[in-house]
Design a protein around this ligand. Structure first.
Ligand SMILES: NC(=O)C1=CN([C@@H]2O[C@H](COP(=O)(O)OP(=O)(O)OC[C@H]3O[C@@H](n4cnc5c(N)ncnc54)[C@H](O)[C@@H]3O)[C@@H](O)[C@H]2O)C=CC1
Ligand SMILES: O=C(O)[C@H]1O[C@H](OP(=O)(O)OP(=O)(O)OC[C@H]2O[C@@H](n3ccc(=O)[nH]c3=O)[C@H](O)[C@@H]2O)[C@H](O)[C@@H](O)[C@@H]1O
Length: 471
């Protein structure tokens, strides 16, 4: 069976994954027309904005969109037209954790995937390759196939592929330009393999073929959950060790360096922190926990759940350290929180540890000044309101201020908390910060980025995650 030649791609979902991924495909494959569709008009308008004020902040993205938009890259809310025109469709919609019903708090909410799939079945009038780009539980492709086959028109056949995305926010464009691997899962039938070959030939325009891995559908789906679970597990492991370091006087940087020097362990992703955030690690692990429980594997479920439990503990432990160090009370004290995004180089705040810390400080009746170089103010208010649903926003705004610079945030504060590893926080004028703060002036580094020794010389009392020595 010969592979379809892909000439028109539609991507359903213009979010953090669909937008950058398909913009890069358009850039690297000028012979393919790429149309990214979304129901969210505001998001599409932002992708189309004349001054390139894109809906997401991602280094290098604007340049890619500038080169391809209007040439072979299009953003539109005309979902049906996009589906009808395409020979290959990426489904890149959100798959959040379910908030209610069976599996609430653990299972993935597949409603958006199902609605997108049903839309494809309803409007497609020719055969399509349908690609799961969203992160989904193992065997979701089977449900998609059942829906497509039950609702399709005669002469329309659908081949389903799994092609999970491994990009990380903040480095999405370089990850997409030079991926460690592209994973494509297909049924091991002649048709499945031909569809797999068609998608592989799209990536082969810029990805070396030895980095394009082809596997079975279920392995591909599970590999995505496994990759995120194992990455998050490394962070929880190093964070668990950071607690031991603080209690013993060991230094987590030195421990991570020594352990990571073993080539079997490797040095990456061993940076202790105030906890991992982001839209996916927690959601995907909980999804794996749910899957394990559904498969009657309670010990496996418990094992993975512990990664999330440790992450919650790390955040709680950090806020408690702040309170304990500030003489057991922060009531009425001003805390400057530097960073609100879940990591540097993104404006994304989903599951950001900063949200939990600020909520904890609010509940201790502290006053909080926030500064982040990228996150929109409305997003901060929306996140804080969601984190404290019982508190009216007006009350939150009496306690919390959003500042225009790190220096402004630290003015008259008793403590500075570094919650995101933005590069600019390394280069702050700490002498000026010190002068403006109430004394004693405390710094709590939740990201291992400040030079504690230098700050101590200025006069700060410094607490660094994973380091035994304080003040
Ligand atoms: N954010 C990330 O860095 C990564 C995310 N993923 C996975 O990719 C998937 C998408 O994630 P994000 O892009 O972050 O989500 P997102 O929430 O930024 O974007 C999803 C988009 O899909 C749109 N959408 C939902 N249903 C639709 C429908 N029926 N028709 C048209 N548009 C529809 C929404 O309006 C939204 O704009 C998730 O499954 C996630 O787990 C995978 C790797 C990295
Ligand atoms: O499926 C997804 O959504 C993506 O999830 C992560 O990417 P992302 O969440 O964007 O960012 P990471 O760099 O993985 O960071 C996640 C969180 O862990 C924290 N982290 C990371 C590394 C580390 O050593 N220590 C640490 O605390 C970060 O600060 C951040 O809060 C994975 O790295 C991607 O491969 C995956 O595609």
């Amino acid at each position: 069976m010969s592979a379809t030649k892909v000439t028109k791609i539609c991507c359903i979902g213009a979010g953090y994954v669909g937008g950058p991924t398909c913009a890069v495909i358009a850039l690297k494959c000028p012979h393919i027309k790429v149309t990214i569709v979304d129901l969210n008009q505001a998001r599409i308008d932002a992708w189309n904005s004349p001054d390139f004020k894109l809906p997401i902040y991602e280094p290098g993205l604007e340049d890619v969109v500038r080169q391809a938009r209007g040439r072979n890259l299009f953003f539109t809310t005309e979902v049906d037209k996009g589906i009808q025109e395409a020979d290959l469709i990426f489904v890149s919609v959100n798959t959040p954790t379910k908030k209610s019903g069976v599996g609430a708090g653990f299972a993935a909410d597949l409603n958006y995937v199902e609605l997108a799939t049903r839309r494809i079945a309803a409007v497609a009038n020719s055969s399509k390759i349908v690609v799961e780009k969203s992160t989904v539980p193992c065997r979701t492709a089977e449900s998609m196939r059942t829906i497509l086959e039950a609702n399709s028109k005669p002469n329309c056949r659908f081949d389903i592929l799994s092609n999970p995305e491994f990009l990380a926010e903040g480095t999405a464009i370089s990850d997409l330009f030079k991926p460690d691997r592209v994973l494509i899962g297909s049924l091991q039938t002649a048709e499945g393999k031909a569809a797999c070959e068609a998608l592989a030939s799209v990536y082969a325009n810029w990805v070396p073929t030895d980095r394009i891995l082809t596997v079975g559908l279920w392995s591909s789906e599970l590999s995505k959950l496994a990759a995120n679970a194992m990455l998050a597990q490394r962070i929880s492991s190093i964070n668990a060790l950071s607690a031991i370091c603080e209690a013993t006087g060991a230094n987590i940087d030195e421990v991570a360096h020594a352990v990571g020097y073993d080539s079997r362990v490797g040095p990456k992703f061993l940076r202790a922190s105030v906890g991992f955030g982001g839209s996916c690690f927690q959601k995907d692990i909980l999804n794996l926990v749910y899957l394990s429980e559904s498969l009657h594997l309670p010990e496996v479920a418990e094992y993975w759940k512990q990664v999330v439990t440790m992450n919650e503990y790390q955040k709680r432990r950090f806020s408690k350290t702040v309170v304990d160090t500030l003489f057991n009370t922060i009531t009425g004290k001003r805390i400057a929180v530097l960073g609100f995004a879940f990591k540097a180089d993104t404006g994304d705040t989903r599951e950001s540890p900063a949200i939990t810390l600020i909520r904890d400080f609010q509940s201790e009746n502290a006053r909080v000044n926030i500064y982040d170089p990228q996150v929109e103010h409305e997003q901060i208010w929306a996140d804080l309101a969601e984190a404290s649903p019982a508190t009216p926003l007006a009350n939150i705004q009496k306690q919390v201020s959003i500042c225009k610079s790190a220096l402004e945030a630290c003015k008259d504060a008793e403590a500075v908390v570094v919650a995101t590893e933005w590069k600019e926080f390394r280069d702050i004028d700490w002498e000026a910060v010190y002068k403006g703060m109430n004394k004693p002036a405390f710094v709590f580094d939740g990201r291992l980025i400040v030079d504690a020794e230098r700050l101590r010389k200025i006069g700060f009392k410094v607490t660094t995650i994973g380091r035994g020595e304080r003040v």
